[in-house]
Design a protein around this ligand. Structure first.
Ligand code: IPM
Ligand code: MN
Length: 360
């Protein structure tokens, strides 16, 4: 099968701008490698609320369910961030989409690029050669537990709940990934305080028996927050619950030099979604300064998922070529910045002209 249905959800803020570059890249890839991508666009987030009153309209959900992959931009808008009373919020659209599609595993790879080492505020010798895969559980925990605000707002709560079934699949994925890598899994938790964390530990220990060649390590999340920037090279595969994963992945992005570089894949039984880990960055909206690399690298993860590894590798090589040649946006080169579209064009052209088969 060389024909793929891609649901495109640009979303809010810089989402549409970065997704446009990703679509550009997919079009070039289809030309060079002879695949067919059918793009269908859907509304989500603040944009969807403004137009329909619903952060995830039914037809968007249907579109995603029927797709081979979802390409997602970003979500969030200051008019909601500044209004805690808003009952309908953009983020609910993404959370519902993750839940409805059963996207239980959010994979966030992190590595350093030699030419960007000095962009990180951390010391070169500390971060050089870092290569981490974060596996963040995405459809359970405190994000999805019971929520309540008492009438007179005297108190509120959010319940963190995990079942065995919620934990087992992502832990297996993490171990399988570690087997292909440096054979170490670190569970980040708060097992000295939380019952849910103790359940995670128990299950990780059980599952580790099935992967005798992989070392299993535990780390409390507060210590992990420190260790990540003190000695990031100690980590290979990290597995963690939903909220810890959200927090430490933003922290970890400092190692790479810009959050604008980091892609992610959200994988379920029968659907998959690909999105940058960054947010909607409303201050940059429409200015053409957003870094498209996180979205473009999410496309590489999409190509891997669709088993188009050759194209995925070519795309990663092209992104590296752009970065090594300082063809980057203002977050990575303030002296001679290129625009969002220029970076996209550069990567697209490199794919085209470096691929010999294109001339045959
Ligand atoms: C992310 C984002 C989301 C999350 C928000 C927008 C709901 O921060 O994908 O990391 O918290 O999961
Ligand atoms: Mn986040």
């Amino acid at each position: 099968n060389n024909d793929f249905k891609i649901a495109v959800l640009p979303g809010d803020g810089i989402g549409p701008e970065v997704v446009q570059e990703s679509v550009k890249i997919l079009n070039v890839i289809s030309e060079v490698f002879q695949y067919k991508f059918q793009f269908k666009y859907g509304l989500i987030g603040a944009e969807a609320i403004f137009q329909t009153g619903n952060p995830l309209p039914d037809d968007t959900l249907e579109l995603c369910k029927k797709s081979d992959a979802v390409l997602f931009g970003a979500i969030g808008d200051p008019s909601f961030d500044n209004n805690p009373d808003a009952k309908v919020r953009p983020e609910q659209g993404l959370l519902k989409l993750r839940k409805e599609l059963g996207l239980f595993a959010n994979i966030r790879p992190l590595k350093t690029y030699p030419s960007l080492i000095e962009k990180s505020p951390l010391k070169q010798e500390i971060i050089e050669g870092t290569d981490i895969q974060i596996f963040r559980e995405l459809v359970s925990g405190i994000y999805f537990g019971e929520k309540f605000t008492e009438e007179n707002e005297a108190y509120a709560y959010d319940v963190c709940r995990y079942s065995r079934e919620d934990i087992i699949p992502i832990v297996h994925m993490a171990f399988q990934e570690a087997q292909k890598r440096r054979k170490k899994v670190t569970l980040i938790d708060k097992a000295n305080v939380l019952d849910t964390s103790r359940l995670w530990r128990k299950i990780c220990r059980e599952i580790a028996q099935e992967y005798p060649e992989v070392e299993l390590d535990f780390m409390f999340v507060d210590n992990a927050a420190m260790q990540l920037i003190l000695n990031p090279k100690q980590f290979d595969v990290i597995v963690t619950e939903n909220m810890f994963g959200d927090i430490i992945s933003d922290e970890a992005s400092v190692i790479g030099g810009s959050i604008g570089l980091l892609p992610s894949a959200s994988i379920g039984e029968s659907n998959a979604l690909f999105e940058p880990i960054h947010g909607s960055y409303p201050q940059a909206k429409g200015k053409g300064i957003a870094n498209p690399v996180a979205s473009i690298l999410s496309v590489a993860m999409m190509l891997d998922h669709l088993k188009l590894e050759q194209a995925a590798n070519k795309l990663r090589e092209s992104v590296e070529h752009a970065i090594e040649n300082k063809y980057v946006t203002i977050d990575l080169n303030s002296k001679q910045p290129y625009s969002t579209a220029e970076v996209g064009d550069f990567i697209a052209d490199y794919i085209k002209f470096s691929e010999k088969s294109y001339y045959n």
